[in-house]
Design a protein around this ligand. Structure first.
Ligand SMILES: Cc1cc2nc3c(=O)[nH]c(=O)nc-3n(C[C@H](O)[C@H](O)[C@H](O)COP(=O)(O)OP(=O)(O)OC[C@H]3O[C@@H](n4cnc5c(N)ncnc54)[C@H](O)[C@@H]3O)c2cc1C
Length: 481
């Protein structure tokens, strides 16, 4: 048996105030503190199952974490207090690596670094995020995170899940021996466990990406006041591009109020914006796609500069080096270190700057993109807090907007950043841009607020069936659970 208990590592003098066992977790986002009973570290599926059965018997809720780096949305904190945190980081086996078919079956503690290093020199690469090399694959995918090549949800093939009853379920054609022969007949429950609290995921089958002959990162810079034309060019490219290309993004877009810019990274340039897309394929196909994109830019948006970086030869001194690493499936922590002003990912929750995320879905249409920027600029000015915006084109229809809200960790700045996120949520809901991903303070309302006539009764029925005592992550995305 490999369970250890440890009291939460408190920030400040919490242990004296409320007793070590009920201390809140350190949190980069400075959300309302939740008290945590204990942290447990199971390292096998059987131990997870036993923890679930104990929690049922005792009526103590569990909050599962994979690597616990949910920065900007709650870090390691549960949605409601008095939970026992089930930290799955010691379940770090890569159960299967199938280099013929291009998939891996990973446990929750497997990090991007671990899997990508194993893929070096193989015909496959990993779709990595721009977060931290030491963040995992499972938690990020269950949150609908975005990788550099595509939305992480597109990597998700199947799951092994311990339900709140203690039963073990596999989905998506994954069998109990860690093999997957494809999506088998019958309803596929895989997506039911994404952004939900219906079970504890103990393994995930992840689709890998064929490593192409060439990868070029297109990075085009435009004047900030050419936003409308740049958005129009991006929509045109998205509708003409070859689907095998990586994620198209409008990014490096800042809304900076007259006062309140102190936490913004030093290299931020409020006068420019960027469109970025990795092109993957044969060298000839990549060159052809690059020509097509350059034509669209020249015709519709007049960039200040277009760079096309061969990811195999980009120099380490290049300011875009980290981005070329991400595009070729190698995670780094550079972006995180620069943004949070820390040396290692382990220091993130105690970084000198705090960080919140606001993540609405915005239609892939120039008018909608410009409207979303304007809405955020209004809220930013109103609350004297800057925002760093990015639009990730996840389909032919919509973008995942990522609003990063850095703030100084002193009471007035923390308060303004949180009010900004709350009022932005209201104004984006009114505009028809609901959140696609949330944080521990607002998660219990996301589903009901997204539509006045949304029926969550059937979802509650599933919760009663699979987690009759409501012990798994209460409040996480399912209202009333
Ligand atoms: C500077 C910066 C850059 C970032 N860049 C990116 C980026 O490029 N893309 C991106 O998507 N995010 C990004 N993030 C946000 C965040 O840090 C990542 O999404 C991170 O990967 C999430 O942490 P994790 O993978 O450790 O998940 P965890 O914290 O382990 O889990 C995330 C959520 O999923 C639930 N969960 C986790 N594991 C399980 C399980 N086994 N069973 C059931 N439920 C589970 C948890 O309860 C939690 O609510 C960034 C953040 C910062 C500050």
């Amino acid at each position: 048996m490999a369970i250890t208990e440890e009291t939460s590592r408190p920030a400040g003098a919490c242990a004296d105030a409320v007793g070590a066992a009920l201390c809140p977790q350190p949190d980069l986002g400075e959300h309302r503190p939740r008290k945590v009973r204990a942290t447990r570290f199971p390292d096998t599926v059987e131990e997870v199952r036993r923890q679930v059965l104990v929690a049922r018997a005792e009526g103590t809720p569990l909050y599962p974490l994979s690597t616990g780096r949910n920065w900007g949305m709650g870090s390691r904190s549960p949605v409601v207090g008095d939970c026992t945190v089930l930290d799955l980081s010691r379940m770090d086996a890569i159960r299967t690596l199938d280099l013929d078919e291009g998939y891996a079956v990973v446990e929750p503690g497997v990090t991007q670094r671990q899997l990508s290093e194993l893929l070096e020199g193989t015909p496959w690469m990993l779709n990595v995020t721009a977060g931290c090399a030491d963040a995992g694959v499972v938690g990020n995918t269950l949150e609908r995170g975005d990788g550099t090549i595509r939305a992480r949800a597109e990597d998700l093939l199947g799951l092994e899940v311990v339900l709140g009853t203690g039963e073990i379920l596999t989905t998506g054609g994954l069998d109990r021996h860690g093999r997957r022969s494809g999506t088998v007949a019958g309803p596929d429950l895989t997506r039911t466990f994404v952004q939900s609290n219906l079970g504890v995921v103990t393994a995930m089958a992840v689709s890998l990406i064929p490593r192409p002959e060439a990868i070029t990162l297109i990075h085009a810079t435009f004047a900030r006041d050419a936003l409308g034309a740049a958005a129009d060019a991006m929509v045109r490219i998205s509708r003409s591009r070859v689907p095998a290309h990586g994620m198209l993004r409008l990014k490096d877009l800042f809304v900076i109020p007259d006062e309140g810019s102190a936490a913004v990274p030093e290299n931020a340039d409020p006068n420019t914006i960027t469109i970025q897309v990795p092109l993957l394929g044969t060298r000839a196909a990549v060159q052809d796609a690059e020509r097509g994109i350059r034509d669209v830019f020249r015709q519709f948006a007049k960039p200040i500069e277009i760079r096309a970086l061969d990811t195999a030869t980009t120099s380490e001194d290049d300011p875009l080096y980290a981005r070329t690493r991400f595009a070729s499936g190698t995670p780094t922590c550079e972006a995180l270190r620069a943004g949070l002003r820390v040396d290692t990912c382990a220091q993130a929750d105690a970084a000198p700057v705090g960080w919140l995320m606001f993540l609405p879905v915005v239609p892939l249409h120039p008018v909608s993109l410009v409207t979303a920027v304007e809405l955020m600029a209004i809220e930013s000015e109103r609350h004297g807090t800057a925002g760093m915006l990015e639009f990730n084109v996840i389909s032919q229809h919509s973008t995942n907007m990522v609003t990063q809200i850095p703030f100084l960790r002193e009471p007035d700045s923390i308060e303004r950043a949180h009010v900004l996120r709350a009022t932005a949520r209201d104004s984006f809901l009114r505009a028809g841009f609901p959140p696609y991903r949330s944080n521990i303070d607002q998660q219990p309302w996301e589903i009901t607020d997204r539509s006045a006539d949304f029926q969550d009764g059937p979802l509650r029925g599933l919760k009663r069936l699979w987690d009759p005592d409501g012990i798994i992550a209460p409040g996480r995305y399912l209202a009333g659970s």
